[in-house]
Ligand binder design. Structure first.
Ligand SMILES: *Cc1c(COP(=O)(O)O)cnc(C)c1O
Length: 358
């Protein structure tokens, strides 16, 4: 095996455990659902789920029923809620399903369900006008209504008026369920609301991004990013002043300089939109990547510093040593760190887990 990886994502499960412990302490009194949809936001659903459950989470949340089946196939027995799939998608019998309409309910029998009310996101969930009918139909069915739930639109903007408005509508929807003779539990909070709105924890909080160590809030929280993306130098060369770099010659050296070739590109998750706008951490400091990001490679400007074939290159990580973070990439290309880490699941990028045994 080579000393250095061509392209590797490491996921530190100790960081996942640290974050889950912090979040479940913050939500003391409520249970914690670890959201591991989209293969654990690109971190690997099964190892993340195991780490989260060992650190205080008691539930797992996924979108598709296939994602739930993968967790069950791995031998995970914790309760799972799957909240969005096509009609008729077959879920393992011991997986809870979310229901947003009478039509969805009609296909279900003998299941544990969570009725979802749309309190203002206008995405999934039952519109308020149809809610009494859905509640009545669920109460009359042979399914167990375990919870009433909803999802917030702007919890990552503390003080946003929509949060209180959604909370009021959630309270009204819950009352309708009580009036129908149901005694459901309640859950509403995502990561941001778990950290910022203690009053909205209810019986269960659903934490995703913060568990992976990425902070959705505009103020500091002691979260540790779990994912690091690294590669290594495969070729070093010196170019003269006036030479240009990479496709389209978008960058020209104004002095002689040492270039380091790093064998990762947009096929490995380095967005081409980062071209000309980002640094990597190499040889103890940040250095600019020059010219366009290619499918398989990028070129780092090392000035007069000597770098060697085999030197480690960190594309993004925790930021502790000054290396770029997933958040920084997101800010540069105009997206959110959720999309950066979730997009790191690539066949060609190796993956390694730290802290697996503890
Ligand atoms: C993805 C998701 C979450 C987790 O959101 P984060 O912002 O990552 O904490 C919670 N609930 C639902 C319904 C989701 O789709």
């Amino acid at each position: 095996m080579p000393d250095q990886p061509r392209a590797e994502v490491t996921v530190d499960l100790d960081h996942i455990r640290h974050n889950v412990a912090l979040l479940s302490a913050r939500a003391a009194g409520a249970e914690t659902m670890a959201v591991v949809k989209a293969d654990g936001y690109g971190h690997g659903a099964v190892p993340v789920a195991r780490a989260a459950l060992s650190a205080g989470a008691t539930w797992l949340g996924v979108a598709s029923v296939h994602e739930a089946a993968v967790l069950r196939a791995a031998g995970i027995t914790a309760p799972i809620l799957a909240w969005l799939d096509v009609p008729g998608a077959e879920a393992p019998p011991d997986v809870d399903l979310s229901v947003s309409s009478v039509e969805q309910l009609a296909g279900l029998s003998g299941r544990r369900i969570h009725l979802k009310i749309d309190t203002g996101l206008s995405r999934n969930g039952c519109p308020r006008s149809a809610w009494p009918e859905l509640v009545a139909a669920a109460a009359a069915s042979d399914n167990e209504v375990y919870a009433v739930w909803s999802h917030l639109a702007c919890a990552d903007e503390p003080g946003h008026p929509s949060v209180d408005r959604q909370a009021e509508r959630f309270a009204e929807a819950y009352q309708v369920a009580l009036d129908a003779g149901l005694k459901p539990r309640r859950h509403l909070a995502n990561s941001a609301a778990t950290l910022d709105r203690k009053d909205l924890h209810f019986d269960l909080v659903r934490v995703g991004i913060a568990m992976y160590g990425l902070n959705p809030l505009p103020y500091h929280e002691d979260l540790r990013p779990a994912m690091t993306f690294r590669s290594s130098v495969v070729l070093v060369k010196r170019i003269d002043a006036g030479e240009s770099v990479s496709y389209g010659h978008t960058w020209t050296a104004d002095r002689a300089t040492n270039l380091a070739l790093v064998p990762v590109g947009y096929a490995d998750g380095v967005s081409r939109s980062l071209s000309g706008r980002f640094d990597v951490f190499l040889g103890g400091r940040r250095r600019p990547v020059r010219g366009r990001v290619c499918m398989d490679q990028i070129i780092v400007d090392c000035g007069d510093d000597e770098v060697l074939v085999g030197d480690e290159v960190v594309l993004f990580g925790t930021g502790d040593r000054g290396e770029p973070t997933a958040r920084e990439w997101a800010d540069i290309i105009g997206t959110i760190d959720y999309e950066i880490v979730t997009g790191m699941y690539r066949a060609r990028v190796a993956r390694r887990y730290l802290g697996e045994s503890s």
